[in-house]
Design a protein around this ligand. Structure first.
Ligand SMILES: NC(=O)c1ccc[n+]([C@@H]2O[C@H](COP(=O)([O-])OP(=O)(O)OC[C@H]3O[C@@H](n4cnc5c(N)ncnc54)[C@H](OP(=O)(O)O)[C@@H]3O)[C@@H](O)[C@H]2O)c1
Length: 371
């Protein structure tokens, strides 16, 4: 029995994780579930998986969860991250995932994470702990699996694929009219709202390049993105002799999730396998850096390091929320991110307090600039 904790259990990745756990009930024991609020989904999960602990960020007084112990606040995170749990799965969306990631890694626990925002924001202060991480982001899981079979000195490039998002073939001049509904209509993946908008702006690919840089300790000049509309190849490693190793599977997050759950073993997980003949063709295109400026802007911020990747991450989350609330346009997201990055004068973070200071200062800056 592997004891696991699922942080963000009610979201897209969290629910798909529990879907695998449900199929292998005799191999996993769910010790903790964590969510932002006490929703119907969380209630059902508690009933089905009977965790010993539940963490709820916004905890109301009148919650009744039978024999489950309730946790909340910073102390709740500090408490659960010290528990004797075999694997923590972080499926929290956005910067809320930072402190849980920090505490779990500081306590030297095994972490499987989809939360790229935390990896990026903690990269400058915690990268020496990143070998404890099993990536769940599909591209990073793919690269991780390929790197396990490769000598580091043989690698000349890492290629991360992108579906291109809903506006891959959309005329650039029409992007200013894009609605929230259109931006949320991802052609390949069904995901939470924040990452879906990031996929529409290609910001997600920029964040993934920074994530790959920190996770695999590889220079930016060796990481690149390619548009691959079929989303069948998730990651490619190019070797010095020109050989390419690629990781292929159908577009289903349960592949990388189950790889992390069973690591270092593999299981037949009951998902339809890829039929190459049915698939027919795989296409690849150069990203349109002009139409999607955030891809370059984000990688530049990653290269600058220091406070920049944090400012980028915070600004993106703030502006995506504004777009989702109908307060700014689709193109305002990139406009304001560039503006905020140009006005940064924060010192480089040296510890977790510095990271949270950069977050607070960036939010204040955004309040002034955007409102
Ligand atoms: N979805 C995908 O296919 C996919 C693929 C690759 C990578 N990722 C990455 O995985 C992460 C999660 O994405 P998602 O699409 O699954 O997001 P999502 O559907 O929006 O789910 C977010 C989850 O985080 C929980 N949460 C928010 N704040 C929390 C807090 N302070 N403490 C505990 N739980 C909290 C939410 O709880 P409530 O339900 O109570 O709000 C929810 O369970 C993101 O970093 C994303 O970039 C996702």
């Amino acid at each position: 029995m592997k004891e696991i904790a699922i942080l963000g259990s009610t979201g897209s990745v969290g629910q798909q994780t529990l879907d695998i756990v449900r199929r292998f009930k005799n191999q996993f024991s769910v010790k903790l579930l964590a969510a932002s609020k006490f929703s119907e989904t969380l209630q059902k999960q508690i009933k089905e998986f009977r965790p010993e602990y539940v963490y709820i960020e916004h905890l109301n007084e009148d919650i009744n969860v039978d024999n489950t112990k309730l946790l909340t606040g910073k102390e709740g995170i500090e408490f659960y991250s010290s528990l004797d749990i075999d694997l923590f799965i972080n499926a929290i969306s956005g910067i809320n995932g930072i402190y849980p990631t920090y505490c779990v890694l500081k306590n030297n626990k095994k972490l499987a994470t989809a939360n790229k925002e935390a990896i990026i924001c903690l990269g400058e202060i915690l990268k020496e702990k990143y070998s404890q991480i099993l990536p769940i982001d599909s591209e990073h899981s793919a690269i991780f699996q390929l790197l396990e079979k490769t000598k580091k000195e043989d690698i000349s490039k890492i290629i991360i694929t992108s579906s291109g998002g809903p506006f891959f073939k959309y005329p650039k001049e029409k992007l200013k009219e894009v609605t929230v509904e259109q931006a949320l209509n991802h052609p390949k993946w069904k995901m939470g709202k924040k990452i879906t908008i990031d996929s529409a702006t290609l910001m997600n690919k920029g964040l993934e390049i920074i994530e790959a840089h920190y996770l695999f300790n590889i220079n930016y000049d060796k990481i690149t993105a390619v548009i691959h509309p079929q989303s069948i190849i998730h990651g490619i490693v190019e070797l010095v002799d020109g050989t390419l190793f690629a990781n292929l599977s159908s577009t289903d997050m349960r592949y990388p999730i189950s790889y992390a759950l069973f690591y270092p073993e593999r299981r037949e997980i009951g998902i339809e396998k890829l039929d190459l003949v049915k698939l027919g063709k795989l296409e690849f295109y150069e990203p349109d850096y002009e139409k999607f400026p955030l891809l370059k802007i984000s990688v530049e911020a990653g290269k600058k390091g220091g406070a920049y990747p944090i400012v980028l991450t915070v600004a993106d989350e703030y502006l995506v929320n504004k777009f989702l609330n109908g307060e700014i346009s689709f193109l305002d997201i990139s406009y304001f991110i560039e503006k905020v990055l140009n006005s940064v004068k924060f010192k480089d973070p040296k510890n977790i307090d510095d990271v949270f200071a950069v977050i607070k200062n960036t939010e204040n800056l955004l309040e002034e600039l955007v409102g």
